[in-house]
Structures are given as structure tokens and as C-alpha cells.
Design a protein around this ligand. Structure first.
Ligand SMILES: C[S@@+](CC[C@H](N)C(=O)[O-])C[C@H]1O[C@@H](n2cnc3c(N)ncnc32)[C@H](O)[C@@H]1O
Length: 222
């Protein structure tokens, strides 16, 4: 299904259904699987914003370990071999994860899990939340954002991507209320689609002189 109008209508009708099933993990997973089966998200696979977000991550963490929460098929990520140490993708949809695994990129691993309860003892230089925060309630998003610093290396940062800039203010409020600091805000464009924003978040405000261009290696390797 590639027609943007059909997609928009499907999204509108899907929204109330999503809110209804969201509290139930199994029903939520089933609904996402159905959406992938219908090809509703196939258009995302061909969409990327140049080298983003890898080129952005490399500014503070060359050779990064990346955790991608709500990764979908991950096909739109520019994961060129040699430019990342490892990548772990997590999604509630088994269908999306099957497609992600089928790409067969080196040093990648995938897991079917609900990011609202997902936990790990590993540490990552970048945690991605690309186009997924909308699908959690405000309370769920805040709880998740508060937990994420515990999954970061010392140099690690969180990247939140939203295409809907109208939601940026609400997102910023949520981020600040969760005790995270905004290190950078950048605009992004997925293919010829709408422009959106990337927020780069740190666990706490950064000391002076440790700006976005600082790629010092102080990582605790996972
Ligand atoms: C719009 S897609 C974005 C996919 C990918 N991040 C991208 O930007 O191309 C949203 C993804 O979030 C996943 N998702 C939604 N709620 C989730 C949850 N509670 N736990 C894990 N994944 C979830 C969906 O299965 C879907 O793959």
C-alpha cells in the first residue's frame, strides 16, 4: 500500500484502535503485526535522511553500540559495516523483527519485546526512539525516558525523532519533566516526506566545553 492518501486514512482509523488496544501487550502486538502484514509501514523502508542518524552519533561516539527501540524493520538505517560496533533492535512486532533479521547485517541482533517493559544489562552509546514515542501514553513515555540513562555508557546519548513538529513542544516538556537535558535539536527530513526533528538528549546538563562536536572516547564498553 503506497498511496499516501490511503495511508493517511488508514492511520486515522488506526489511531483510536491503537489507543484501545495499547494497554494490552498481546493485542497491541497483534495490531502492529497486522499493520506490517498490510504493508502500511513499507514506505518507511525506503526513507532515510542522508547518513542520519549514524553521522550524528559518530560526533560523540565513533564506532558506537546502538540500541534502537521500536526499530521496525530497521531497513532505513544507514548501518554501513565498520561504522558501528554493534546494533540491537527491539520491536513489539514479530513481523517487523523477522524482516529486520532477514536483512542480515553484521553485528546486529534483534528482539521482540515491548519497550515499555524492555530492560537490559548492556550499555549503549546511542539509544534511538525514532517515530515511536507517539505510540506510548504520556505516562509510559515519561517512565521510559527516566529509565533510559541506566542503559547508556558514560558518553551515551538518547536520540528522539519525531516527524510531527507540532508535537515538539509537548515532547520537550516531557523530556525536561523526565530529568533529561536537550543537548541539541536538529531538523530532519525523511526522503521527500515531511520534515521533523531530532532531539539529542543527555542524562544531565553537560559541563561547559563538552559540546556536540566532542567525540572524546569515555565509553564503558558493553
Ligand atoms: C512508525 S514505526 C517506526 C519504525 C522505525 N523506528 C522507523 O523510524 O522507521 C513505529 C514502530 O514502533 C513499534 N512499537 C510501537 N509500540 C511499541 C512498543 N510498546 N514496544 C515496542 N515497539 C513498539 C511498532 O511495532 C513499529 O515498528
Amino acid at each position: 500500500m503506497t498511496n499516501p492518501l490511503v495511508r493517511a486514512v488508514a492511520r486515522l482509523t488506526m489511531r483510536p484502535l491503537r489507543m484501545l488496544v495499547r494497554p494490552n501487550r498481546r493485542m497491541n502486538a497483534a495490531l502492529w503485526n497486522a499493520q506490517y502484514a498490510l504493508g502500511l509501514w513499507r514506505y518507511l523502508d525506503g526513507m532515510s535522511d542522508g547518513g542520519m542518524p549514524l553521522s550524528l552519533i559518530e560526533r560523540w561516539a565513533p564506532d558506537p553500540a546502538i540500541l534502537d527501540l521500536g526499530c521496525g524493520t530497521s531497513a532505513n538505517l544507514p548501518l554501513a559495516p565498520g561504522r558501528y560496533r554493534r546494533y540491537h533492535g527491539v520491536d513489539i512486532s514479530r513481523r517487523a523483527i523477522d524482516q529486520a533479521r532477514a536483512i542480515g547485517r553484521p553485528d546486529t541482533s534483534f528482539e521482540v519485546a515491548d519497550i515499555r517493559t524492555f530492560d537490559t544489562t548492556d550499555r549503549f552509546d546511542a539509544i534511538l526512539l525514532r517515530e515511536v514515542i507517539y505510540y506510548l501514553s504520556e505516562t509510559e513515555s515519561a517512565t521510559l525516558l527516566r529509565r533510559l540513562p541506566g542503559m547508556l555508557t558514560a558518553r551515551g546519548r538518547i536520540l528522539v525523532q519525531v516527524y510531527d513538529v507540532a508535537q515538539a513542544e509537548e515532547l520537550l516538556r516531557l523530556v525536561r519533566g523526565s530529568g533529561l537535558a536537550v543537548a541539541e535539536e536538529l531538523s530532519t527530513r525523511l526522503g521527500s516526506g515531511p520534515s521533523g526533528i531530532f532531539l539529542v538528549l543527555t542524562a544531565t546538563a553537560e559541563p561547559a566545553g563538552r559540546g556536540s562536536g566532542d567525540a572524546g572516547d569515555d565509553s564503558a564498553r558493553p
